[in-house]
Design a protein around this ligand. Structure first.
Ligand code: CA
Length: 260
């Protein structure tokens, strides 16, 4: 439901946080535990929908209600698998996928790359940035880079400082095409230092029009938001389709890299 609404509101990418079940299936869930956003419906054992995703089987997780916590309108929503998301949207949308808690889920990167291959998404990812892969874990990104060097990767940063991120950019540019800093760490110096290395800058999570305008003025290339309709309004005539935006970003990266 959230992905459908995001696309309706003009999102260029849908953002997918990955967790891995005990039986090795990739599912989309922000938190590492089920506690905040899942409930056991009547007749389902409570423990299926409590605790770490990594300790549950897909069968158990599929019994949980992942919508009621938010609103009764979404009662009965299931936690989707990555496979189901790819089946639903195919190559009609762009995917911005985050490997989460990769240390607790050995094999997550291999399974992600396998699924991207199965759905013929590796080439469109490399060519047109139809898929971007993000992580706070440099190790996870470097692993993906080894498995499939053509995939475009974004290094996320916990809240810190512009300077501390700038010191990391040379190392990051070895495997990534961009960075995802906390919005308050973005200043003109960071954007400039990133762009000198051809790295895109995608701050998170930007939910007010004031923040969006300020970051655009600083020269960021994209942003994570819960309100894609507001970002679309802020961009006005400059708003592109998701397909065009992703293609343009991939092309700009290629041109910039060729000039380095
Ligand atoms: Ca995320």
């Amino acid at each position: 439901a959230a992905y459908d609404l995001a696309l309706e509101q003009g999102a260029d990418y849908i953002e997918i946080d990955l967790q891995m079940t005990a039986d090795g299936v990739l599912v989309a869930l922000h938190d590492k535990t089920l506690n905040r956003t899942a409930d056991a419906p009547e007749g389902v054992p409570e423990q299926y929908c409590r605790g770490l995703v990594s300790k549950k089987t897909l069968e158990q997780i599929k019994m949980c209600d992942a919508g009621s916590w938010f609103s009764p309108d979404y009662a009965g929503e299931q936690i989707p698998t990555l496979d189901e998301i790819f089946q639903r949207y195919g190559t009609s949308v762009n995917y911005y996928i985050e490997t989460k808690n990769p240390d607790a889920a050995p094999g997550m990167e291999e399974e992600l790359v396998r699924l991207l291959g199965e759905y013929d998404l590796i080439e469109p990812a490399a060519e047109n940035w139809q898929v971007l892969i993000q992580s706070f874990s440099a190790e996870s990104l470097m692993k993906i880079h080894e498995l499939e060097p053509s995939l475009p990767l974004i290094q996320l940063y916990w809240a810190g400082t512009s300077k501390s991120i700038q010191r990391d950019l040379d190392a990051v540019s070895e495997y990534a095409v961009g960075i995802g800093p906390y919005k308050k760490d973005v200043d003109a110096a960071l954007v400039e230092a990133a762009h000198e290395r051809c790295l895109a800058v995608h701050p998170y999570t930007v939910n007010t029009v004031e923040e969006m305008e300020a970051l655009i003025a600083l020269g960021v290339d994209g942003m994570f938001t819960n309100n894609p309709d507001d970002l679309d309004s802020v961009l006005g005539d400059a708003a592109l389709s998701g397909e065009a935006a992703a293609q343009q970003a991939a092309e700009a990266y290629r041109e910039c890299s060729a000039g380095l």
